[in-house]
Design a protein around this ligand. Structure first.
Ligand SMILES: Cc1cc2nc3c(=O)[nH]c(=O)nc-3n(C[C@H](O)[C@H](O)[C@H](O)COP(=O)(O)OP(=O)(O)OC[C@H]3O[C@@H](n4cnc5c(N)ncnc54)[C@H](O)[C@@H]3O)c2cc1C
Ligand code: HEM
Length: 411
């Protein structure tokens, strides 16, 4: 497995003691050195065996999940309190994640940076290495139970090896991190911008070392143990205050609670910063930003940060929404653009027409305005918007390695 290349600094230093994990063996102990020398053929055979056997159990996903969590909590009862009281509301997030990532071990360049961040992030649950062993055992037992004749010793070895690679990558990253596992943060402001949108400002007890463009996971007192990702919308400030833009989604457990029921003085917990979106000044390329809905948050944090520098590459931001009201941050961005000639902001609205707005989807408008082949491209928004915009840009000629987005979402 190739070594993780730092995208834009990953340290999450702080001053608080945290549970330190030791990188013990998981399920079938394979030394880390061996993963790196695994031949491509061996890895692709492993992935094929895992995919084929999972395809056989997929129609029974609910039973697999029930068996998995039942076994996990019986062999490691201490893990139960990390999960929400009502397991239905999460729709088997952990199991879905495990299965998704086990099938990606042949893409270490994509996976390893994310697993490093995830491993550090999992410290907030109080996860230690014995939990990884229990999760691996429960995962393999659950798939085996429902795989029928598709399950062989070779298949079992493939699952164990793939899981071990992931677990070890996460454990190593967690053990190497000396920063806090999470930061308590007090809500100092809650502003309703509409029935489904709120801006929340929190004051962490110590500054959270995020880089502009990164996101964090957040737990709020109204929804204990239901962690969700949110993106700081401001550049890091000396007083440490972080602004979040939260839109409630239909039937959303956490977003609706944040928008409607946050109180000044509530204490949130914030996990270590994650994500790849950011500006690498060494690349020396002009920048194209594409932001749908609250996807504007990472772009605004980056733009605010750039506005503190003397010289900048050109930045063109397409800020899109379904209706005009969805572009809630447009006046602020236009203000920044008015005094920073390197920044151009184009508002894009899907369902309404009018002067000053481009009419269409972000995918339509961005590709209509150019191939953008020479730009560094940053994309944030709903998974559907990211998918359609990135695929249209690739067809229009933007090289894939110029495009950055945070694709690892399960919803
Ligand atoms: C990298 C990243 C950064 C994020 N940053 C922000 C941010 O800054 N501000 C913000 O408001 N949200 C952000 N999100 C989305 C956020 O993490 C939650 O997924 C969202 O708030 C829904 O959580 P919930 O508990 O309310 O919904 P859930 O109870 O988890 O889901 C309820 C229903 O809503 C659907 N759903 C879940 N998420 C979405 C979504 N994003 N859009 C539409 N439908 C959805 C689910 O499929 C389900 O049917 C980010 C997500 C990721 C992956
Ligand atoms: C290789 C091993 C693992 C991988 C790849 C992994 C990955 C993930 C991912 C991607 C999520 C979902 C994050 C999100 O989008 O909300 C998640 C959630 C979670 N994981 Fe892990 N995880 C691993 C091991 C563990 C272990 C060992 C534990 C401890 C028992 C654990 C406990 C949790 C908990 C409590 C959640 C939140 C669950 C929920 O909300 O239902 N994970 N994991």
């Amino acid at each position: 497995m190739r070594e993780y290349r730092r995208v834009h600094g990953e340290s999450t230093r702080g001053g608080v003691d945290t549970p330190i994990m030791t990188a013990n063996a998981v399920v079938s102990p394979i030394p880390a050195s061996q993963h790196r020398t695994e031949s491509p053929t061996a890895v692709s055979t492993m992935v094929r065996l895992v995919r084929d056997s999972f395809a056989a159990v997929e129609p029974q996903a609910d039973q697999v999940a029930q068996y998995f969590y039942g076994m996990l909590f019986s062999i490691e009862p201490s893990a139960r309190e990390m999960f929400p009281a009502n397991m239905q509301v999460q729709r088997s997030r952990l199991l879905r994640a495990l299965v998704h990532f086990v099938q990606m071990v042949d893409r270490p360049d994509d996976l390893a940076p994310f697993l490093h961040q995830l491993g550090r992030d999992h410290r907030k649950f109080g996860v230690i290495s014995s939990h990884y062993e229990a999760v691996g055992t429960a995962l393999i037992a659950a798939v085996k139970r429902y795989a029928g004749p598709a399950w062989t010793d070779e298949v079992e070895r493939a699952w164990a090896e793939a899981y071990t690679i992931m677990a070890r990558t996460m454990l190593d990253a967690a053990a190497a991190d000396e920063g806090p596992a999470s930061w308590p943060a007090r809500v100092v402001d809650h502003e309703r911008l509409g029935w489904d949108l709120a801006v929340v400002r929190v004051q962490p007890d110590h500054p959270v070392p995020y880089l502009p463009g990164q996101y964090v996971s957040v737990e709020v007192p109204q929804r204990p143990r239901l962690w969700r990702y949110l993106t700081p919308a401001n550049a890091p400030r000396t007083d440490g205050i972080i602004e979040f833009h939260v839109r409630s989604v239909d039937n959303g457990w956490v977003s609706r609670a944040i928008v409607a029921h946050t109180n000044i003085g509530d204490t949130w917990r914030i996990g270590p910063p994650m994500g790849r979106i950011g500006v690498n000044r060494k690349k020396d390329r002009d920048i194209l930003m594409i932001a749908g809905g609250t996807g504007v948050a990472p772009m605004r944090a980056i733009i605010e940060h750039m506005a503190q520098w003397g010289q900048n590459p050109k930045v063109h931001l397409f800020n899109g929404g379904r209706k005009r009201d969805d572009l809630y941050d447009l006046p602020h961005l236009q203000n920044i653009a008015a005094s920073n000639p390197w920044l151009t902001v184009t508002p894009v609205v899907e369902t309404e027409q009018g002067p000053g707005y481009e009419h269409g989807t972000l995918a339509d408008i961005v590709t209509r305005n150019g191939p953008w082949a020479d730009r560094e491209v940053l994309v944030a928004g709903s998974p559907a918007m990211i998918r359609s915009t990135v695929s249209r840009m690739l067809v229009a000629g933007t090289p894939l390695d110029h495009i950055t987005y945070d694709p690892f979402t399960l919803d």
